[in-house]
Design a protein around this ligand. Sequence first.
Ligand SMILES: Nc1ccn([C@@H]2O[C@H](COP(=O)(O)OP(=O)(O)OP(=O)(O)O)[C@@H](O)[C@H]2O)c(=O)n1
Ligand SMILES: O=C(CO)[C@H](O)[C@H](O)COP(=O)(O)O
Length: 429
Amino acid sequence: MNLSSDPDRSGQPECSSRHGGRHKATSGVHFTVSVVLPAGGTGERTGLVTPKQFYMFLNRPLISYTIQAFERLSWIQHIVVVVAEESIALTRDIVQRFQHTKVRVVSGGATRHRSIFNGVQALDPGESAATPDVVIIHDAVRPFVEEDFLLEIAMAAKENGASGAIRPLVSTVIATTSEGYLDHSLERGKYRASEMPQGFLYGVIHQAYQKCSEFDFDFGTECLHLALQHTGTRAKLIEGPPTLWKVTYKRDLAAAESIIKETLCRSACVTSDGSKRARELGRCLQKVMASLDMELDVLPEPIGDASRLSKEWNFIKLFVNGSGLSEVEETVKALEAANRALLHPVVVVWVRLDTSDGMSVSETGAGHLPLMELASAAKLQNILLYGIHFLLSEEDAGFSEGSVKRLAELTYTLIHDRNALLAGQMLCA
Ligand SMILES: Nc1ccn([C@@H]2O[C@H](COP(=O)(O)OP(=O)(O)OP(=O)(O)O)[C@@H](O)[C@H]2O)c(=O)n1
Ligand SMILES: O=C(CO)[C@H](O)[C@H](O)COP(=O)(O)O
């Protein structure tokens, strides 16, 4: 899944491939590609009042995640977002707030096909956006689409006129009689679920919609079928990754949030006060975090490498000598100045080692108030700052496995959960 770490949107972003590896995608797309994102539905099946495309994940609406999955790709020209008339102002506000630059918002229709057609027409030569060679259609409620798969879809659409994502069926499809009995069952191996994205030569999808009937507009569910029926174009079908699934039910919202959180907590950058003990603690932490699937990059410098500020979502700052809160403040300020937390909350965990006896915990009250103040200001910039008082007994000078595990698990939980309510808290490990 992509969660672009490219806030300035320059160059070719790194993306994770559906085969599990990470690579720099080189597009090689020598034709123009634009996107239509239908987002004009009400999301009835979620049972919620807010349409699912506007549901918030970590302070950001679902639709912004989907837009970003396309916007970060240099070979995508324009993105037309189709929403219900009453959601136009809200959508424009989202586009502005999250600094999406390729988006045009247009109003949708009563059905998905009507909304998509409005989006396709908005890319017409008479309209302001230039007509692309290929148009990719993708439901706004499928946020986890990766560059390598979009490339396959775009290339196949250019070559064949139409292309679409498919997945194996998870259940067998059966036909029922009007009395509710089994009529017949389909041979599962022969059928596939049609998913999104789908790609079309602009002329193919435009013509298909111009020719389609009112019945198609009202009851049709398949753009590839319209292209076949009305233009004779047989789509190339490509099996996509499971992450292409559509957020449909309430449980899908929880699953989407969990994927976003998992992706954001895969790595962290650790800096220390430069002391031998703090560096040693960094190395111990690195080993335990690896077993939790979090990769730690332990930097030798006390302040750390400024270039990490533009890449990493998570920072752990270790201090053995003195409080270190002023260094933490510097990191927070640098993150703010770089507008680093525009798309995702950035987590900073301040760890203070204390080898004196447990009685001194109350003394941490001295650092707690400044931490709370700093954290409240940082939270306004979407930076979540937490404090951990790491208590070690005199005998545990060598960092026992148990004590490091305690620190690692607490740090991992703070980074993974990104709980804004806990920001500013000084916890004990
Ligand atoms: N009149 C409509 C209906 C749907 N869509 C969009 O088509 C995509 C896929 O449709 P679906 O999952 O069915 O969304 P909803 O229609 O919103 O959901 P429900 O059927 O549960 O009401 C969604 O991004 C949805 O916003 C649209 O643009 N215009
Ligand atoms: O199934 C599809 C294949 O074209 C579409 O992806 C679409 O998501 C279906 O939406 P709906 O749930 O409204 O039928």
